[in-house]
Ligand binder design. Structure first.
Ligand SMILES: [Zn+2]
Length: 160
C-alpha cells in the first residue's frame, strides 16, 4: 500500500471518528466540519502540484500528483498544514465561547461559529498529528511560519 493511500485512509477514519464523537454534542452539519478539516485539508497539496506544473511547465497528470512528484521542485508549501492554524482556530473558538458566556454575544450565529471553530481546530490538529507521526520530520516541518522562514525548501524542512 502506498504511503499516500495509507495516510488518506488514516485521515478518513480519524475524521469519521471525530464526526461520530462530535455528533453527541453538536448538530450534524457542525460535526461534519471534521471531514473538511480532518480529511479534505490535504487539498492544499494541489497548491504544491500547481507550483510543480508551472515550475516544470507540465500539464496535469494524475499519476504525477498521486506520486507526490511536486516535491521534486525542492519546495514544500502545503499552506493549510500548520500548527499555527490549529492554535488560531482553537483560540477563536475559546474567545467566542467566553464572549457568549459573558453575555457579550447573544445570537445563535456566534454559538454555531464557536462550535465550528472548535470542530475545525481539533480535526486539523488530529490531521497534522497523524502526518507528523507518519513522516520522519521535525516538529517545525508542520509549522507554516517555520517552513516560510526556511524558504519552503524541502532540504531544510525534511533534512534531505
Ligand atoms: Zn496532510
Amino acid at each position: 500500500m502506498s504511503y499516500l493511500l495509507f495516510t488518506e485512509i488514516l485521515h478518513f477514519l480519524g475524521a469519521l471518528a471525530l464526526f461520530l464523537l462530535f455528533l453527541r454534542f453538536y448538530k450534524w452539519y457542525i460535526a461534519g466540519f471534521s471531514f473538511l478539516f480532518g480529511f479534505l485539508i490535504d487539498v492544499d497539496h494541489l497548491f504544491d502540484y500547481f507550483y510543480f506544473m508551472k515550475f516544470f511547465n507540465r500539464g496535469f497528470n494524475l499519476r504525477d500528483f498521486l506520486s507526490a512528484q511536486s516535491v521534486t521542485t525542492g519546495k514544500i508549501f502545503i499552506p493549510f498544514h500548520g500548527w499555527e492554524w490549529v492554535v488560531l482556530l482553537l483560540l477563536l473558538a475559546l474567545l467566542f465561547r467566553a464572549l457568549l458566556n459573558s453575555g457579550t454575544l447573544k445570537k445563535d450565529f456566534w454559538k454555531i461559529l464557536a462550535q465550528i471553530l472548535f470542530v475545525a481546530g481539533t480535526s486539523l490538529f488530529t490531521h497534522i498529528l497523524t502526518d507528523y507521526f507518519t513522516n520522519e520530520v521535525g516538529f517545525g516541518a508542520y509549522s507554516f511560519f517555520w517552513r516560510w522562514s526556511n524558504g519552503f525548501y524541502t532540504s531544510l524542512i525534511c533534512g534531505k
